[in-house]
Design a protein around this ligand. Structure first.
Ligand code: T4K
Length: 385
């Protein structure tokens, strides 16, 4: 029990946890169910290339999200790259800097310039006014990110896109099984990109998908993820290898069956953090609109200016306790090497991004974490206060 500052590992006490407590420990469904699917896959000798498990998973996800098409891919980053290309984005595309680096890389990888727009500090999502300010004659699109599973301001972004003739798509990597305005995320904009990486709320080991209600766009992305093949020996479109393998789809189907259990754990963990953190001044837990469905995969805490310990020192103190809290998404894409040389003045345009990136800590949750772990983590924070 951490009852006084002397009990902290930074002051020489043994760490609160003998083993690391990670942010992003995978949620793993019923193993017997997974192995049964894998056995059947071996019997079929069909391992990849649009197999029956991938098709079953695509149908199940499309139905769950209420969207016409789900095109499964090998990971979220390749799914972003394919969606960007299928939409014909070029020149400049406006994105938040406060996101995982893959959002920006997926553009830069295709020699499209990611132009970083600032966020609203209250929501951590794109600020529509900031987006408007970044439009130039070279702008062809906007990629919104539903950060932490909280929906981006779709109506305002769509209005800007319509006014300027821009394409609008979403990086929904955090937002599987979440709603925006009561509607499942997956059907907003021209298309939405999901990540099913191991660390996500819902995983297929590695994996991702693009969801869309646009039939032609879905057809094009199906071609592009399979070298452009429209049949044996007949490539009709440029393409790459973005296919999801059957073993990943087996994991996806297994985890889909258990998704409500994961959600229940994440909700309980969130409530435990919220209740325990309420008595600590200077730390605020990111809130979710109670009218929306959220997957609560990220427990996001902002450190106030008056808090006794600085953000980076809190993270160091937590690491000393074997709590591997993260500074997502510090320092912002604009400040990382591939982009800071391109945009030396970007930070002047991104005050909210810089401020938020400097005060956020992401704490562990998911099925590997329970109430006792959370109580101890919050005890550490209380002593740091
Ligand atoms: N857009 C957004 C907004 C995203 O957040 C992401 C991915 C993408 C696009 C791209 O989608 P993918 O191409 O990844 O499908 C992690 C994930 O690798 C990344 O998928 C995720 N976002 C990002 C937010 O987090 P890192 O660099 O922090 O990963 P790493 O290796 O530090 O792992 C995180 C923690 O999870 C570690 O403490 C260890 C733990 N862990 C990890 C794995 C893989 C486990 O306990 N078991 C595991 O199997 O990026």
């Amino acid at each position: 029990r951490i009852a006084s500052p002397a009990d902290l590992a930074i002051h020489g006490a043994p760490p609160a946890f003998p083993e690391p407590i990670h942010v992003g420990r995978p949620n793993i469904g019923d193993r017997a169910d997974f192995l049964r699917r894998i056995d059947a896959m071996f019997d079929r000798r069909w391992l990849t290339n649009d197999g029956p498990l991938v098709r079953e998973l695509e149908a199940a996800i499309a139905a769950r999200l209420g969207v016409a098409h789900c095109v499964a891919m090998c990971n979220g980053t390749v799914a972003l790259e394919i969606a960007i290309r299928a939409l014909g984005l070029a020149g400049e595309v406006i994105v938040p800097s406060y996101t995982f680096i893959a959002t920006a890389h997926a553009l830069q990888w295709q020699e499209i310039t990611p132009v970083f727009a600032d966020i609203d500090p209250a929501t951590h999502n794109l600020d529509p006014d900031a987006v408007r300010r970044m439009i130039t004659p070279r702008t062809t699109g906007i990629i919104g990110v539903h950060l932490w599973g909280r929906g981006a301001p779709h109506d305002a972004l769509q209005a800007i896109a319509d006014e300027h003739g821009l394409k609008l798509m979403y990086d929904a990597a955090h937002a599987f099984d979440c709603t925006l305005g009561g509607r499942m995320i997956g059907g907003f904009g021209a298309c939405e990109v999901l990540s099913f990486h191991a660390t996500k709320f819902y995983n297929t080991f590695e994996g991702g998908a693009v969801t869309t209600n646009d039939d032609a766009l879905a057809d094009k992305m199906r071609l592009m993820r399979n070298f452009g093949f429209a049949g044996y020996d007949n490539a009709i479109h440029p393409g790459t290898n973005g296919k999801m393998i059957e073993a990943c789809a087996a994991m996806g189907l297994t985890n889909l069956a258990g998704i409500d259990d994961v959600l229940a754990v994440n909700r309980a963990n969130y409530a435990a953090y919220r209740d325990a953190l309420a008595s600590i001044d200077g730390l605020s837990l990111l809130r979710y609109d109670p009218d929306e469905r959220a997957n609560h995969q990220y427990v996001v805490v902002e450190v106030g200016d008056a808090f006794a310990t600085r953000r980076d020192d809190i993270v160091a103190a937590l690491h000393a306790e074997n709590v591997l809290a993260r500074r997502y998404f510090w320092p912002g894409c604009h400040a990382m090497k591939p982009y800071r040389d391109l945009f030396p003045h970007a930070r002047l345009l991104l005050p909210n991004t810089e401020a938020v990136a400097g005060r956020v800590i992401v704490l562990p949750t998911g099925t590997a974490v329970g109430p006792q772990t959370i109580a101890t983590i919050v005890d550490v924070l209380r002593q740091l206060a």
